[in-house]
Design a protein around this ligand. Structure first.
Ligand code: UD1
Length: 419
């Protein structure tokens, strides 16, 4: 079992390169199915969820191969199946994203229902009703989704919640539908723009990503392409919060502030100095952080739910109190009990959590409860006196290529141990 040991209490100084975005590359890997050709993805992060996506592609008869450090070649010409096994579906909850792409390519798909995850229930009702609107017949008896769509037909689909996954799934299915599909109430996340850019690079006609109406003119055959995945804004937020937590001076190469402005606004309010340019983001944090106004998670361009735990970890020693409100997922405060082991004062009541800044945190054995909660423990540990051993770090490997390498590059005293 792999553990991360953090010796906290010293300031950071260093530079790290931000990996390609997990939440971009997963739908793009599903989208490679639409090309029936060869795709080269540059800046592809080496993550557990990417490995799971590769296994799904291989299970469907496709091939994927690493060509270098961060270049993944995917060949979907020899697709031979349209079913994803339950084991693979369980391994990665966002595997539902393959549904739209498999349907568009094969006219049928069989996937087990992704069910709940560590963040609570993860419904896909919007994915299913949108695909039905496009003409798919979907039977979800017994936990397995049997989908048939000999002919998908474009039309207007209205999403009642701007779901990221549903927007992406419907964009992919719409590429295989005849005519124009308009997704109204679409999610506006930068990763959806990245998916649109990837599809456009393969010859698809997609527009509107980044706004709440996305249009796809389907039915065009897609071709091979080479594409560079956007940098990961949540990894960038994590390392900005690491600097805010420990204090110090860091530079994050490739990080783009336009994707992160709600996070940088809070860090500036807390007293950090942040400057961004073409090459990345520089962050200097000299003093103990000040308390900030309430932080409420919301769909993009609101404050990202994926940065909630990480920012909370940075605020544990602030002067005053900060209120968090989690509006996206039901079960997203599981890191709080672990933070308490380090001496944090966080009270949770329903959607709200109030952090009262403490003067000191101390190292403790802690356990990752989920991906971002796990990263939050590392961020908090940087500010804790003494040694923190973080266990169950496989959650972190789902979304961070190598958090130990990156934190060491930033000057932290961190190492990985196996026992
Ligand atoms: C994506 C991200 C995840 C991020 C989340 C919210 C990926 C791979 N994952 O997840 O990191 O935390 O966006 O920014 O990109 N909902 C329904 N019915 C549906 C679909 C969603 O009720 O059919 C609800 C969810 O329960 C949740 C909200 O909509 O409360 C937002 O979920 P969604 O945007 O779909 O998140 P994901 O795409 O799963």
């Amino acid at each position: 079992m792999s553990h991360i040991v953090v010796r906290g209490g010293s300031r950071l100084k260093g530079e790290a390169e931000i990996q390609g975005a997990k939440n971009s590359v997963l739908p793009i890997l599903a989208a490679t199915l639409l090309t029936a050709g060869q795709v080269e993805l540059r800046g592809c992060p080496r993550l557990r969820d990417v490995d799971a996506s590769i296994r799904i592609l291989e299970g469907l008869g496709c091939a994927a191969r690493w060509e270098g450090e961060d270049v993944l070649s995917v060949d979907t010409r020899d697709l031979s199946g349209c079913a994803v096994s339950e084991a693979l579906m369980r391994e990665m909850r966002s595997s539902a994203i393959f549904l739209g792409a498999i349907l568009a390519r094969c006219g049928q798909a069989e996937l087990s229902y992704p069910g709940g995850c560590e963040l609570g229930p993860r419904p896909i009702d919007l994915h299913i009703s949108g695909l039905r609107d496009l003409g798919a017949e979907i039977d979800d008896a017994g936990g397995v989704l049997h989908c048939k769509a000999p002919r998908l037909q474009g039309r207007e689909i209205v999403l009642s919640i701007p779901s990221v996954g549903a927007t992406e799934n419907l964009m992919l299915a719409a590429c295989g539908a005849r005519g124009v599909t308009t997704i109204v109430g679409a999610a506006r996340e930068p990763e959806i723009v990245d998916l649109q850019n990837f599809l456009a690079a393969c010859g698809a006609r997609v527009s509107g990503a980044g706004s709440s109406t996305v249009s796809v003119e389907g039915g065009k055959p897609l071709h091979d392409c080479t594409y560079a995945v956007m940098p990961d804004r949540i990894a960038a937020a994590t390392y900005l919060c690491a600097a805010a937590s420990a204090g110090g001076e860091v530079f994050l190469r490739r990080a783009r502030e336009e994707h992160l402005s709600t996070v940088t606004a809070v860090l500036r309010e807390a007293g950090c100095s942040i400057r961004s340019g073409g090459e990345g983001i520089a962050c200097i944090c000299r003093d103990r952080l000040k308390a900030v106004r309430p932080v409420r998670t919301a769909p993009y361009p609101g404050f990202p739910t994926d940065a909630q735990a990480i920012l909370m970890a940075a605020m544990l020693r602030c002067r005053g109190a900060v209120m968090f409100e989690e509006n996206m997922f039901e079960n997203r405060y599981r890191h709080v009990d672990e933070l308490a082991r380090m001496g944090a004062d966080v009270r949770v009541s329903g959607r709200a959590a109030v952090v009262t800044g403490v003067e000191r945190l101390h190292g403790a054995p802690v356990r990752c409860t989920d991906l971002r909660g796990g990263a939050a423990l590392c961020v908090a540990a940087l500010a804790a006196e003494g040694e923190t051993e973080v266990s169950e770090t496989s959650h972190i490997a789902r979304g961070y290529e190598d958090i130990v390498r990156d934190l060491r590059d930033l000057g932290a005293d961190v190492l990985r141990t196996e026992h």
